[in-house]
Design a protein around this ligand. Structure first.
Ligand SMILES: [Zn+2]
Length: 368
């Protein structure tokens, strides 16, 4: 039986100068509304111990729009401003449920610029998407088709640090679960190899990445030499952002292929919980990229296993996956990082990562 899921389809688009200006204004207003509402909620929470609801924030927004100082908020579509308040509401819900830290202000420089439009604020017909207060449809590059008869329920417009514009359409989609299989697999996270499977297979980093990373390092060095506030520095900054965006795009493609394959081939996929390790700040580029990849890979595995009637098991991060012999179960005292292969007293010869992946699989199947 097919399952109906929500799925986002993301495309690049090229706004007209008028659309770009209108969107930039909308991003700015949405960010301002978010920050102002956050400030107000923080004041109420810290001074009065009171939680402010979405309805109250929304009423405050109406008041702000009536003042001379903030009358300009009326010039953009009201929907992205309401959506900013909904996002703030969700951030607080996560905070109160202890799923996330206290919400932080959005900064013009550091936060992704975006605006969200719901049904009443856009029109989609015959491949043409028109946003409220915008002249003409967006010039979208349809790199893959929307599913037949798809009706987007939400449209998110964003601009990344490299200056590229994207539109993401959230659609309902029918997905047919895959036929059941008896295969299971354990996956070990790595840095040199992106992942090692319990089958012994090593998934290496995408082909272009080494060259891309070299180019990124070069662009970063060039940026460091430029004088602060100069036009050349701005240019160098954009160059860094472009190379970085390319690395991320290629990564995402690659991760999508791997995760689809893992989910297709296996009934159960077992991975390690690396969230805590990931929170440790690490300035080494290779490590930062591999950590980001892991978060993304886990996220993809989560929704793809759910879509296709498969199972994802996440084992505890304190599990001694690399110190344990997968053949006899003996746990070694220590296993320095530079030891890539080792032999256990029981006679089993191990590749460090394959052994870890086998242990992760066994732990995951036991935990089920
Ligand atoms: Zn052994």
């Amino acid at each position: 039986m097919a399952q109906v899921v929500k799925r986002a389809y993301k495309y690049r688009f090229y706004p007209t100068p008028g659309q770009a200006a209108e969107l930039a204004r909308t991003f700015g207003c949405a960010r301002m509304v978010y920050n102002k509402a956050l400030e107000e909620r923080t004041r109420a929470y810290t001074l009065e111990g009171r939680k402010v609801s979405y309805v109250e924030s929304s009423a405050a927004l109406t008041e702000w729009k009536r003042t001379d100082d903030l009358a300009f908020l009326n010039e953009v579509s009201s929907v992205p401003l309401q959506q900013a308040l909904r996002h703030l509401q969700a951030a607080f819900a996560n905070f109160f449920a202890r799923r996330a830290g206290y919400p932080t202000f959005k900064s013009r420089k550091k936060s992704r610029a975006s605006a969200e439009y719901t049904r009443s604020a856009f029109k989609y017909r015959d491949g043409a998407l028109r946003l409220a207060k915008m002249d003409g449809p967006l010039n979208i590059v349809w790199s893959r088709p929307l599913p037949e008869g798809a009706e987007p329920s939400t449209v998110t417009v964003s601009r990344d640090a490299a200056g590229r514009w994207f539109v993401s359409l959230l659609c309902q989609d029918a997905i047919r679960p895959l036929d059941p299989t008896l295969n299971t697999v354990g996956v070990d996270a790595g840095i040199t190899a992106l992942a090692t499977l319990s089958t012994g297979e090593k998934i290496v980093n995408p082909r272009h990445e080494r060259a891309d990373r070299r180019e990124l390092a070069k662009a970063q060095r060039a940026l460091a030499r430029k004088e602060k506030g100069s036009a050349n520095r701005q240019k160098a900054k954009l160059k860094v952002a472009r190379v970085y965006a390319r690395i991320c795009d290629r990564r995402r493609d690659f991760l999508n292929k791997i995760t689809t394959r893992l989910v297709r081939e296996n009934q159960t996929v077992v991975i390690e919980d690396l969230t805590v390790r990931n929170m440790v700040k690490n300035h080494k580029l290779a490590r930062a990229i591999s950590d980001a990849s892991w978060r993304e890979m886990r996220f993809m595995l989560e929704y793809k296993t759910a879509w296709y009637g498969r199972e994802l098991v996440v084992v505890d991060r304190w599990f001694p996956s690399s110190k344990l012999c997968s053949a006899c179960g003996t746990v070694r005292d220590r296993m320095p990082l530079n030891v890539r292969t080792w032999e256990c007293a029981c006679g089993a010869a191990h590749d460090r990562d394959v052994n870890a992946a086998k242990n992760i699989l066994a732990a995951g199947l036991a935990e089920r």
